[in-house]
Design a binder for this molecule. Structure first.
Ligand code: PLP
Length: 460
C-alpha cells in the first residue's frame, strides 16, 4: 500500500538535507584563480600584513561542506573555518533563525535591557556541558574572550593569582591569552610585556612521551606543586584535545587525575572546549570522552554556526562569585548570534549530529589507516569524531625519534589546495595535518578528499 512517495515521506526518516551548492569538488582555474589574484592584490594594499590567510582564494558562497570561490572553483572544506561551521555552511535552520532575529531586533545590550535568547542559550549550555550540578553562564564574543573571562572568574572565586596551562596549548591572541600559548611565534613575539603569573606545565602527549595517564598527571602535578605552589594557583586551563598543538589526545586517566588534584587543592579546572566542543567529536564536549567533569567549560567556535558567540559555563557558585557589572561587554550574547546558537543546539538534537561525528571519525580513520600502511611518514593518527589529525615524521623515524616533517605537511596542504581540498595544518613543529570538516561532509566527499591526499603523498 505504500508507494514511493509516502515511503520517502515516512516520519522515521529525517529529511535529506537540501544543498544550495552541489556537494562536489570542482577546479576550473589555477589556484588561486585570476579573480582571487586581483583581490589579493587589493588586500595586500589595504589589510595589515599581520593578518595572514592559509589559502588566498576569495569566497563568494559556502554551503554544507563546500566553499565556492570568485573564480567558480569548489573546495571540499576540511577546515570549517577552524571548526566553526560545525553543522555545515549556511545550514538552513541557522540562516532562518538569524534572519528572523535580524528583523525583530539586532541589539539592545543584555546588560541594559535583556532578552530571552540569551537566557535560552545559557539554559542549553547548562543542559549540555558535562556535570550534573547547577550551572550558570556568561556570553561573550570570541574564544580568547572566553579564556580571559574564565581566568577572571576563577581568580575572583579563589582569591588567588596564578594561572597554569599545558605545553602545546593554544588559547588566543589577546594580551592574557598570548602569554598562555606554547608557541611564541607568531602569537607573542614582539608583543610583550606579557601578562605575568602564567605557568606552563608538562602535558600528556602519548605518541612522544609514552607515559600512562597516571604518570603524566604525576609529572604535571609535581610541576604545579613545586614551581607554582597549589595555594597560589587560581586555575588550570586545559584543552581536552589540544587544537593548534596538533590534536593530542591525552592518555587515559590524565584529565580526571588533574581534576581530582585541582578539587582537593581548591584550584578551578577549566576546559577550553573552544575547538573540541559543540558536537564536533561525537559528544557535545570532548571532556566526556575522558570521563572529565570540569569546573568551568569554555565554548566558542562552533556554537552559533559561524556567528561570533562564546561562553563561560560552570558551577553556579564559581560563576556567581563575580560582582554585578564585573562581567559582560557591549556585544556579548548578541541576539542574532544567540538565535543562531539556539538553532545549532536544536539541529544537533533533531539531526542526531553526535552520530555524524562518529560516522566521520570512522570514515577518516579507516582511510588514514590505509594511507599509513603505504607511507611511513604518517607517524600517528589521532583524535575523535570530526577532529582527526595525522602527525608526519621523517622517513624511517616513526618508531624511534619521530622527527617532525614540516616540509611534507606544507607540501601536502599545498597539493590539496591546488586540487580543490582545503586542508589545515597544526602542530608545535608544523608537523600535523588536521581534518576538521563540518558534520555535513558526506562519506563520498571524504573518500574523494582522501584520494587527493593519497596523490599528494605519492608525489612527495
Ligand atoms: C580558536 C581557539 C581559541 C581562541 O578563539 P578566538 O575566537 O580565535 O579568540 C582559544 N582556544 C582554543 C582551543 C581555540 O581553538
Amino acid at each position: 500500500m505504500t508507494d514511493t512517495l509516502t515511503a520517502s515521506a515516512s516520519p522515521a526518516q529525517s529529511p535529506a538535507p537540501v544543498y544550495t551548492v552541489p556537494q562536489e569538488r570542482r577546479v576550473v582555474t589555477a589556484i588561486p584563480g585570476p579573480k582571487s589574484e586581483e583581490l589579493q592584490h587589493r588586500r595586500l594594499a589595504s589589510v595589515s600584513a599581520g593578518v595572514s590567510s592559509t589559502l588566498p582564494v576569495y569566497i563568494t558562497k559556502a554551503n554544507g561542506a563546500i566553499l565556492v570561490d570568485v573564480d567558480g572553483n569548489q573546495f571540499i572544506d576540511l577546515g570549517a573555518g577552524i571548526g566553526v561551521t560545525t553543522i555545515g555552511h549556511t545550514d538552513s535552520s541557522v540562516v532562518e533563525a538569524a534572519a528572523g532575529q535580524v528583523k525583530d531586533f539586532i541589539h539592545t545590550l543584555f546588560t541594559i535591557t535583556p532578552y530571552e535568547e540569551y537566557v535560552r542559550v545559557a539554559e542549553l549550555l547548562a543542559e549540555h556541558t558535562p556535570g550534573d550540578f547547577p550551572k550558570k553562564s556568561v556570553l561573550i564574543n570570541s574564544g580568547a574572550e572566553a579564556v580571559e573571562n574564565g581566568v577572571k572568574i576563577a581568580r575572583k572565586y579563589t582569591g588567588r593569582r596564578a594561572v597554569a596551562v599545558l605545553d602545546h596549548a593554544y588559547h588566543g591572541r589577546t594580551n592574557l591569552t598570548m602569554a598562555m600559548n606554547y608557541k611564541a611565534m607568531p602569537y607573542a613575539t614582539g608583543y610583550g610585556p606579557l601578562a605575568g603569573d602564567v605557568y606552563h606545565a608538562p602535558s600528556s602527549y602519548p605518541y612522544h612521551d609514552g607515559l600512562s595517564g597516571a604518570e603524566a598527571a604525576d609529572r604535571t602535578i609535581t610541576y604545579l606543586e613545586k614551581v607554582v605552589g597549589a595555594t597560589d594557583l587560581a586555575c588550570l586551563v586545559v584543552e581536552p584535545i589540544q587544537g593548534e598543538g596538533g590534536f593530542m589526545v591525552p592518555a587515559d586517566g590524565y584529565l580526571p587525575a588533574l581534576q581530582e588534584w585541582c578539587t582537593a587543592n581548591g584550584v578551578v579546572m577549566i576546559a577550553d572546549e573552544i575547538q573540541s566542543g559543540m558536537a564536533r567529536t561525537g559528544a557535545y564536549y570532548a571532556s566526556e570522552h575522558f570521563g572529565w567533569i570540569p569546573d568551568l567549560v569554555l565554548t566558542a567556535k562552533g556554537i552559533a554556526g559561524g556567528l561570533p558567540l562564546a561562553a563561560v559555563t560552570g558551577r553556579a557558585d564559581i560563576m556567581d562569585a563575580s560582582q554585578p557589572g564585573g562581567l559582560g561587554g557591549t556585544f556579548g550574547g548578541n541576539p542574532v548570534a544567540c538565535a543562531a546558537a539556539i538553532a545549532v543546539f536544536e539541529s544537533i538534537e533533531r539531526n542526531n549530529l553526535l552520530a555524524e561525528g562518529k560516522r566521520i571519525e570512522a570514515a577518516l580513520t579507516s582511510s588514514l589507516e590505509q594511507l599509513k600502511t603505504k607511507y611511513d611518514i604518517i607517524g600517528d593518527i589521532r583524535g575523535r569524531g570530526a577532529m582527526i589529525a595525522i602527525e608526519l615524521v621523517q622517513p624511517g623515524t616513526g618508531d624511534t625519534t619521530k622527527e617532525p616533517n614540516q616540509a611534507a605537511v606544507t607540501a601536502i596542504a599545498k597539493f590539496a589546495a591546488k586540487n580543490g581540498v582545503l586542508l589545515l595544518t597544526a602542530g608545535t613543529y608544523g608537523n600535523v595535518l588536521r581534518f576538521l570538516p563540518s558534520l555535513a561532509v558526506s562519506d563520498e566527499l571524504i573518500v574523494d578528499a582522501m584520494s587527493v591526499i593519497d596523490d599528494a603523498l605519492a608525489s612527495l
